[in-house]
Design a binder for this molecule. Structure first.
Ligand SMILES: Cc1cc2nc3c(=O)[nH]c(=O)nc-3n(C[C@H](O)[C@H](O)[C@H](O)COP(=O)(O)OP(=O)(O)OC[C@H]3O[C@@H](n4cnc5c(N)ncnc54)[C@H](O)[C@@H]3O)c2cc1C
Length: 477
């Protein structure tokens, strides 16, 4: 007779928790490895992946694109039946709103670090002196890791930092280059930086490696209907595989027992062999205070940035000359209200096709430790977005509908020392037994990295196999 499967409770129904539930339940990636219960605090699954309607059009109100240069997100979408819905951006022509002009994002850059000085000069993002300074590539002592801002300023100069690296990092982390770790944010660059050779040449080589194929694969993929349609497809696949998924089920506390775990929600206590935490770090810190105080203290030290997305729906007839390209990023040094804008109807063909008479644009506002700007009422965030769009692209039309989506604690920050902190958290969790963590706080904030962290957590949890001293796994009301 085969061993009964272990009972695993997954806490958190964002992309990491859903991916973990799918892997454990056998919804994807092979046979079932556990009997799965997933508990999600809010009234919906998906976390930062969320679709909603603005002006009668379905759009993403959170994450909107999946990096396709790594396989995890695209593979997962295929495995839950969304292969036919994958769709790359129609245009990848992004700009930087720098020095009062919309300049093309220079070709050959990686997270704003230039790999081609001629392209940098042609873009106009930095001055001629800024290009000359970048070409000098002053030597920098890197050590084990270094803040990306400190490194780039010393190596390539302040202009490249302010006008390229800051806006790109702002787009991904909503953070500040002076604090974010080079090793955590752009790990490919750390060996080049440590090696002491030309950084620009190193970036050039990295970027050309990704684009030399006869038909280069798209860097990003979206999903027709929005990336926020991935969570419901995952939920359906998990439920078909027998997993039980609950919304409105915030976990209040966790207790390690000699047999396994007790997981308490407002309505019930669930016994389990193992728990997989896929919640933001402050929540994980609170839940692990008793069972793993060392890990809890490290988790509590992870800081988050908050941000707001403003989605604007215009009638196409009101925009005689709609802006072109996929959008723009804004160097914080220029002091604008918005840090980026996406021209969604240009970027996503599915959106333009589904609502040909509407033009959807979105802006994002807010960076780490600049939360006060987000305290403003919705109308003010809309008004400030429209002022910036007016200056940047000459937009004067009035939107017929708007939505402001606030993402409080939306993005974890990865300062110097973050990878070491993550290693300590994992080591302390491993000592507790039957405990693993996944999500954006660990190995990358992007959707593929969150899915990879879920896969890793599942493997950590099930090796060595659980189940030898399995408790009943019952639910008591
Ligand atoms: C505005 C925005 C735009 C982004 N855009 C992109 C993008 O285009 N591409 C990209 O790759 N990445 C993007 N990201 C990053 C990426 O979306 C996130 O890092 C990722 O989705 C986080 O997934 P997660 O599962 O780790 O966490 P979350 O999505 O935060 O999920 C955690 C879940 O845990 C639940 N929870 C909390 N407390 C409890 C509790 N006590 N009990 C039970 N459940 C609980 C929460 O309700 C939530 O559903 C974006 C992030 C933001 C904020």
């Amino acid at each position: 007779m085969s061993e009964p499967l272990p009972q695993v409770v997954v806490i958190g129904g964002g992309i990491a928790g859903l991916a973990a539930a799918a892997l454990l339940s056998g919804a994807v990636g092979g046979p079932a490895r556990a009997v799965v219960t997933l508990l999600e605090a809010s009234d919906r699954f998906g976390g930062k992946l969320r679709v909603g309607e603005v002006g009668g059009v379905q759009v993403d109100l959170g994450a909107e694109a999946m990096l396709a240069r790594r396989p995890e997100a695209v593979d997962l979408a295929r495995e839950v039946g969304l292969a036919d819905f994958l769709e790359p951006p129609t245009t990848a022509k992004a700009a930087i709103w720098s020095r009062d002009a919309l300049c093309p994002l220079p070709a050959g850059q990686l997270m704003g670090v230039p790999g081609d000085l001629a392209a940098l000069a042609a873009s106009g993002v930095v001055s001629a002196e800024g290009v000359r300074r970048a070409g000098r590539e002053e030597p920098v002592e890197v050590g084990e890791d270094i803040a990306i801002g400190r490194y780039i300023e010393a190596r390539l100069g302040r202009e490249v930092l302010d006008r390229l690296v800051e806006p790109l990092l702002g787009g991904v982390y909503a953070g500040h280059a002076d604090e974010i770790s080079l090793g955590a944010a752009v790990p490919q660059l750390l060996p080049i930086a440590r090696g002491g050779g030309s950084l620009v040449a190193g970036v050039h080589e990295l970027v050309s490696r990704g684009s030399t194929a006869a038909a280069p694969a798209p860097v990003f993929q979206g999903l027709r209907g929005g990336v926020g349609t991935l969570p419901p497809a995952l939920v359906a696949a998990c439920e078909r595989a027998g997993a039980q998924l609950h919304t409105h089920a915030p976990v209040q506390w966790l207790r390690r027992t000699p047999e396994g775990w007790q997981v308490r929600t407002a309505e019930r206590t669930i016994s389990a062999d193992a728990v997989l935490l896929a919640v933001p770090a402050p929540v994980a810190a609170r839940l692990l205070g008793d069972a793993a105080p060392g890990a809890a203290a490290e988790l509590a030290a992870v800081e988050y940035a908050s941000m707001a997305l403003v989605t604007l729906a215009f009638r196409r007839a009101d925009l005689p000359r709609p802006p072109s390209g996929s959008g723009f990023l804004v160097p914080p040094v220029d002091g604008r209200a918005v840090k980026a804008s996406t021209f969604s109807s240009n970027k996503w063909g599915w959106l333009a096709r589904s609502a040909p008479d509407t033009v959807v644009l979105r802006t994002s506002l807010g960076r780490h430790r600049e939360e006060q700007a987000l305290q403003l009422p919705d109308e003010e965030l809309v008004a400030r977005s429209l002022v910036d769009l007016g200056t940047a692209v000459g937009l004067t039309a009035v939107p017929y509908d708007t939505a402001v989506t606030r993402w409080t604690g939306g993005l974890p920050q990865y300062p110097v020392g973050h990878p070491q902190r993550v290693a300590r958290i994992r080591a302390q969790a491993a000592q507790v037994g039957g405990l693993a963590l996944a999500g954006a706080a660990f190995d990358g904030v992007g959707i593929p990295a969150c899915i990879a962290s879920a896969r890793r957590a599942v493997n950590e949890l099930l090796t060595p196999p659980l189940g030898a001293s399995r408790p009943e796994g019952t639910m008591s009301a």
